[in-house]
Design a protein around this ligand. Sequence first.
Ligand code: FE
Length: 201
Amino acid sequence: MNRQQEQDAQDSRGYYRRMQSAIEELLILKGVFSGADVEREVKAMDSRDPGRGAKMVARAWLDPDYKSRVLKDGSAAAEELGFAVGPLRLIVLEDTPSVHNVIVCTLCSCYPRMLLGLPPEWYKSRDYRSRVVREPRKVLQEFGTRIPDEVEIRVHDSTADMRYMVLPLRPAGTERLDEEQLAQLVTRDSLIGVTMVDAQG
Ligand code: FE
């Protein structure tokens, strides 16, 4: 980015920030919501982290009935564990020995925030958004993930009303672990599909 582009980017960020606080102020004045509501929502947003998605995955690994519910209706399966999804449709994509799934939002940064919290910076980057669609195998390799040539990689593009989460493969050597121990192995990146779950955590 050159100096002019940097300046422009800063100006537009400043513009949107002012716009956001002006609208927020107006809506509070009009009694649509209160300042306390805003604070509560921000706190709730901060409290969401990939532990939620990890718990769903661990439960699905241990309970075949839960797993079929997860794959049939991700939103309902999340609500079942007490995680509110709201009006969004959550689709959970199952990895198999022959298919590996990866999620992206090519347009902006749609992400299953209700289950994973805020997206990492790289997920929002133009580099990831454009390249993972064109050369997924190469991008995954940059994350240290080598997908064998015979395994198909499917890239799923999120939209404004539909979110994806990956149900990764359960690694070998985890047969004796309970749900909590399994959930500890499931990382944010494995729920996005850029890494696999490692039995060593
Ligand atoms: Fe988006």
